[in-house]
Design a protein around this ligand. Structure first.
Ligand code: HEM
Length: 446
């Protein structure tokens, strides 16, 4: 029988619970919970929201895999529904399953590899504008590049239109929605508060732009090789068409889920490499031996084990998605405790990936070599889970890993980044793990 008591956790205030600790520094808060209270701890978000933090691979597996059908996405994910709509990340139940089944074939490895030339070409286009001595922000550059790749592979779009404005509105919408997440009381979006009006304006702009992308894709005579055309074709075979609004939600979701995460993985990789010249030297040696100056094709990737170790390690140290959560749809058991219906379970990549039980005495240290002797096989499955797991595992993981490796090797054979000595790199954990002020650096041609 599960215990009706709550797992241990910090005392909070009567109304706000532990919201203040969360707002001050959420990464620190989760780490503290895990180290202080063990494999399962509990805290409160405001007066009513009970949250458990699962901090053991077996507990995470139970939530994501074994009991997956009794959990839905948590309130934090639903908070972004004004932007993501009812797309793959946020939808539930039979509706989600149908969309997932229809989308899945477009993400199979043999399909995804056909996008490699787009990735290489757009990277070369970026490099054509780079010069030694140029100051850049690593996060901005890779954000632009992965955005361009997403627009081309998703919609077949070469011309991104007013991308700068789009990205700005997106940032506004996400920041405003994230601010809601950390508040005690939130009037529904239809209430015309200044905050809500700003959210609605940003969302309406985004919708218009994505509708434009979809219309441009449809206007082309031949259905393209792009992901959206493939998903639409799958719908037609299935005999049921998505509504315009549904197509927009899926498109917005794939665009958002797909490009910022990969940009961050590359940004943090370059930051870590700039701080660890020995690892960078080994990487360059591998590229020169295997590729000799050319961009990798998907067939080259199995021959680049150090590149793979660098990406695996940077997603361990700075996971782009550092927390996922689920809400119980009925009373359940977890780690000997009762998870009541409506309770939320958080699982944090940030915390698990830095757990000394699995990553030795130096879990904070960036050391790609740790992956070279079969660590991935020895680890319990959910000690390392940058892409989540179970039925809702990231649909784009093959896409992301291929993109990250191609971009890293294509850029890294031409340039290295010297970090600005005065720059203070701080973490800004929003829905993804951002560098607060980007990563300012100067380009040096190799
Ligand atoms: C390094 C890059 C990426 C990381 C770290 C990442 C991480 C994740 C994680 C952790 C989840 C699970 C969320 C949860 O369980 O609540 C997820 C889901 C998802 N990701 Fe990714 N992702 C990446 C790239 C991509 C790409 C390139 C795409 C699409 C082109 C994509 C599309 C999605 C979608 C649609 C879902 C929702 C799947 C579902 O619920 O059925 N992601 N991602």
């Amino acid at each position: 029988m599960p215990s009706n008591a709550l797992p241990p956790g910090p005392k909070g205030t009567l109304i706000a619970g532990n919201l203040r600790q969360f707002v001050t520094d959420r990464l620190d808060f989760y780490t503290h919970l895990a180290r202080e209270y063990g494999d399962l701890s509990s805290f409160r978000f405001g007066p009513f929201r009970r949250v458990f933090l699962a901090n053991h691979p077996d507990l995470i597996e139970q939530v994501l895999v074994t009991d997956a059908k009794h959990y839905i996405k948590h309130f934090g994910a639903r908070n972004y529904m004004p932007v993501l709509g009812n797309g793959l990340v946020t939808s539930e139940g039979d509706f989600w399953l149908r969309q997932r089944r229809l989308s899945q074939p477009a993400f199979l490895k043999h399909r995804v590899t056909t996008y490699a030339p787009v990735m290489t070409d757009l990277t070369h286009a970026m490099l054509a504008g780079w010069r030694t001595g140029m100051p850049i922000n690593v996060h901005t550059e890779f954000g632009r590049l992965t955005s361009a790749i997403a627009l081309k592979t998703l919609f077949g779009l070469d011309d991104a239109g007013d991308r700068v404005l789009f990205v700005e509105k997106l940032r506004t919408a996400f920041e405003l929605l994230t601010a809601r997440f950390a508040k005690l009381v939130n009037p529904p979006l239809w209430v015309p508060t200044l905050h809500n009006i700003r959210i609605r304006r940003a969302v309406s702009h985004l919708r218009k732009v994505v509708d434009g992308f979809i219309a441009a894709g449809r206007a082309r005579k031949e259905p393209g090789n792009d992901l959206l055309s493939r998903i639409v074709a799958a719908q037609d075979e299935d005999g049921s068409r998505m509504t315009e609004a549904q197509l927009r939600d899926e498109a917005m979701t794939l665009y958002l889920a797909g490009h910022e995460t990969t940009a961050l993985t590359l940004t943090w990789s370059w930051y870590l490499l700039a701080k660890h010249p020995e690892a960078e030297r080994k990487l360059v040696e591998e590229w020169s031996r295997v590729l000799g100056g050319r961009s990798p094709t998907p067939d080259d990737l199995p021959n680049l084990p150090y590149t793979d170790a660098v990406l695996t390690e940077s997603m361990r140290v700075y996971p782009a998605v550092y927390l996922i959560g689920r809400e119980a749809t009925k009373d359940l058991e977890l780690g000997g405790y009762r998870v009541r219906k409506g309770y939320t379970v958080f699982m944090s990549q940030w915390v698990m990936h830095r757990d000394p039980r699995y990553f030795g005495p130096d879990p904070e240290v960036f050391r790609p070599e740790r992956w070279l002797d079969g660590l991935a096989k020895r680890l319990p499955k959910y000690a390392y889970f940058p892409f989540g797991g179970g039925p809702r595992v990231c649909i784009g993981n093959t896409f992301a890993l291929m993109e990250a490796a191609i971009l890293l090797a294509t850029v890294g054979q031409r340039y290295r980044f010297t970090l600005d000595p005065d720059a203070v790199i701080e973490l800004n954990p929003q829905i993804t793990l951002l560098p607060a002020n980007g990563i300012p650096a100067t380009l040096q041609e190799r």
